[in-house]
Write a protein that binds this ligand. Sequence first.
Ligand code: 5GP
Ligand code: ZN
Length: 135
Amino acid sequence: MDCIFCKIISKQIPAKILNETSHSICFLDAFPLANGHALVIPKNHHKKIQDMTSTENSDLFSLVHTMMSKVDSLTGSTLLAIHNGENAGQEVPHVHVHLIPRSKSDSAGPVHSMFDSSLGSSDSEIEKYYNLLKI
Ligand code: 5GP
Ligand code: ZN
């Protein structure tokens, strides 16, 4: 499979590996948005979070939890981000969690700054999506 992250796992291409568990691996992003920008990925190729088994999912987020302490110690604030699907901005189609140190002076903002404006949903629309999504 022609997947850059699978090639990192199989050591076909090098990466600055920070930590590893049975199902997951953490390494530095090669094009960091901040010093210490790290990625946590499952060792098996899955495109989306919901495609992983619950064991892989638990293992992945356990490694995120471990690495968050390290990464967050750099600036005291961290952006945790997952682009789950191409239209959400996912450029590498292999699940990855970004851990990006944030600081007051960086160029990023709160999540609402990613969009031009909030939707201004009506109460009935909010109710509709509440009913669609609740389990
Ligand atoms: P996405 O845009 O899919 O959310 O994130 C993909 C991330 O992978 C980007 O932050 C990009 O810098 C990083 N990346 C792309 N190619 C490589 C690579 O070959 N090695 C490493 N370590 N990171 C990469
Ligand atoms: Zn892959």
